[in-house]
Design a protein around this ligand. Structure first.
Ligand code: KG4
Ligand code: ZN
Length: 328
């Protein structure tokens, strides 16, 4: 089975080809234009998708050496995400589906992030706990089997990625803030500043990051000249990661699973990857996708589409986009 995957939920225009579970090509065009605005501008994102979709799909087909007529189906992100951005990808996919007379399937972006781990290791065994950390979501999932998920906890306000992005803006760094803070933190002392850690070391599996961001803002307003920015970045990053790793470890223990995975853009963070391995990895098998499969991409969409299409799932041609789509 050869599937084309399309992803356009935010500011990455992506297309990928999956053949029998293997990714033959994965094209991600990151929209640089948003850097000028310090964050994603929804209408600009839609216009950029419109401009980049054809190119991305053609390049994915070219690199995979696959003709349009070889495709058995097309999978496309249906939500969650920016409404206009989702619509551009879904319309494009519907046009292909109709003109090629092949089935189409709407895919949940968050579920696709989780399944980037199965793409990395198809022998992963259920049940497992997944920490899903992206720009819009911070969630802990018990993945019992395919399409059987239990939400164990999530953020009450900002997502971890949002905390990185807003923190980056406060520190005067480029968007997205996550990779920029990680880079800056590299030579910093993470114990230099004691930023607040909401719900840390308590029993709940909830998160909250909006207070942390405010605390950084006040700190930067009041700081004196002796403060080293690398120390601020390292301390801020550590405050986010400590909570993520503690809650993930708690969820793993509570659900008594033998495997845990991380997913979403923040899972590309090396410090997080190391901390998870160090804290949980002795007794539990820990897995994370390569960084390019953590941040938004269409390989995860093509792969999950294939898993569902093999089971006979398809969407009606008039299916809608859902900006607030949930996993369950
Ligand atoms: O999954 P993703 O690409 O898009 C969404 O579905 O939201 O995640 C994007 C988020 C952004 O907030 C970005 O700052 C964060 O992932 N991110 C990182 C790193 N790379 C991306 N956060 C921390 N460290 C990184 N290396
Ligand atoms: Zn994402």
């Amino acid at each position: 089975m050869i599937i084309l995957g399309i992803e356009s939920s935010c500011d990455e225009t992506a297309a990928a080809i999956c053949k029998n579970g293997n990714i033959l090509s994965s094209i991600v065009s990151s929209q640089q234009i948003h850097k000028d605005f310090g964050g994603v501008v929804p209408e600009v994102a839609s216009r950029e998708h419109e401009r980049l979709l054809n190119y991305s799909v053609e390049k994915a087909l070219d690199e995979a050496e696959i003709a349009l007529s070889d495709l058995d189906g097309v999978g496309v992100t249906q939500g969650p995400g920016l409404a206009g951005a989702l619509i551009t990808g879904v319309c494009f996919a519907k046009g292909l589906s109709q003109s090629l007379n092949i089935p189409i399937l709407g895919i949940n972006h968050l579920e696709a992030h989780i399944y980037a781990n199965f793409l990395t290791d198809p022998t992963l065994v259920y049940p497992l706990v997944c920490l899903l950390v992206s720009g819009g979501h911070t969630q802990l999932w018990l993945v019992k089997e395919m399409a059987d998920y239990e939400l164990l906890g999530e953020s009450r306000d900002d997502a971890a990625g949002e905390a990185f992005d807003k923190g980056g803006r406060i520190l005067g760094l480029d968007y997205p803030g996550g990779p920029a803070i990680e880079k800056m933190a590299h030579n910093g002392d993470c114990k230099a500043i004691d930023f607040p850690r909401a719900f840390y070391k308590d029993e709940s599996l909830e998160f909250s990051f909006s207070g942390l961001k405010t605390s950084l803002l006040y700190f930067m307003e009041k700081k004196d000249k002796s403060v080293v920015l690398a120390d601020v970045a390292a301390s801020y990053q550590k405050a986010i990661l400590d909570v993520l790793v503690y809650k993930l470890a708690t969820a793993v223990k509570r659900k008594n699973v033998r495997t845990c995975v991380i997913a979403g853009g923040v899972a590309a963070n090396n410090e997080l990857r190391n901390m998870v391995k160090k804290t949980i990895g002795d007794e539990i098998s820990v897995l994370y996708p390569e960084p390019a499969l953590c941040t938004d991409n269409a390989a995860m969409v093509a792969y999950l589409s294939q898993l569902y299409m093999e089971k006979g799932f398809t969407s009606p041609i008039d299916f809608d986009v859902f900006p607030n789509l949930k996993v369950v």
